[in-house]
Design a protein around this ligand. Structure first.
Ligand code: G3P
Length: 227
């Protein structure tokens, strides 16, 4: 399973990239707005830090302008995935960009029918928003299960299921159980994945016992330096 981070915050991206666990980045207009920085600069900078796919979303809603914006975004770097909304014009744009060799992430997916269309349009990624479905009392993970099942029936579909609008570690675990290809996760949730109270407790006990031995695995550095 691949982990993308869902943010445009450069400090967060740098920090998480250092773990070696980050496979890509997703941004959206709301996340870019939070940075207060020029969009194209933000995307270029992220692409330099993370070699995997970096999603950059178009702002237009009509096909012609979306296509022009998508082509401009794709020129920023080879790892840009142009993000288009799941609308008729968005999918039309997806088809053209995909045929030109550009990765496209189709976003704002809320139904299995929409996901089928995105795969037919040649999307590299489909982004179903699980948290927003849960928010209105529907099952976000039910949608992921449906899409994974459907895509498995058609091996020629190359679209990866990118679970978006993730709200907690349980969404990530459920997505992995269902075989989703990618989870895009807010930085705070990615950090939560590392944590378990029994890990902290166990480590504290091991370290306390190790102290009692009086040993050092690296030896006495000051003694070595004096030799
Ligand atoms: O980037 C798309 C998606 O992950 C947004 O999530 O939390 O705004 O529903 P959220």
């Amino acid at each position: 399973m691949k982990f993308f981070v869902d943010t445009a915050d450069m400090a967060e991206i740098r920090d998480l990239a250092e773990t070696g666990l980050l496979d890509g980045v997703t941004t959206n207009p709301s996340l870019v707005a939070k940075t207060g920085r020029p969009f194209l600069d933000v995307i270029a900078e992220i692409c330099e830090i993370v070699p995997g796919p970096v999603s950059a979303e178009v702002a237009a809603t009509d096909h012609e302008t979306m296509l022009a914006e998508g082509r401009k975004l794709a020129k920023i770097a080879g790892n840009v995935a142009v993000k288009v909304p799941l609308t008729r014009d968005g999918l039309k744009t997806c088809r053209v960009l995909a045929d030109e060799g550009t990765m496209v992430n189709v976003t704002l997916c809320f139904s299995a029918a929409q996901a089928i269309l995105a795969a037919k349009a040649g999307a590299a990624f489909i982004s179903p928003f699980v948290g927003r479905l849960d928010d209105i009392g529907e099952s976000g993970m039910g949608l992921i299960a449906d899409i994974c099942e459907i895509y498995r029936n058609y091996p020629h579909f190359e679209t990866e299921v990118l679970v978006a609008s993730v709200r907690g570690p349980q969404h990530v675990v459920e997505a992995a159980r269902l075989g989703a290809d990618v989870a895009t996760v807010p930085p705070a949730v990615l950090r939560q994945l590392f944590l378990h109270p029994l890990t902290d407790k166990g480590l504290a006990a091991f370290l306390a016992d190790w102290q009692k031995t009086g040993q050092s695995i690296l030896g006495d550095k000051s003694a070595e330096a004096a030799e």
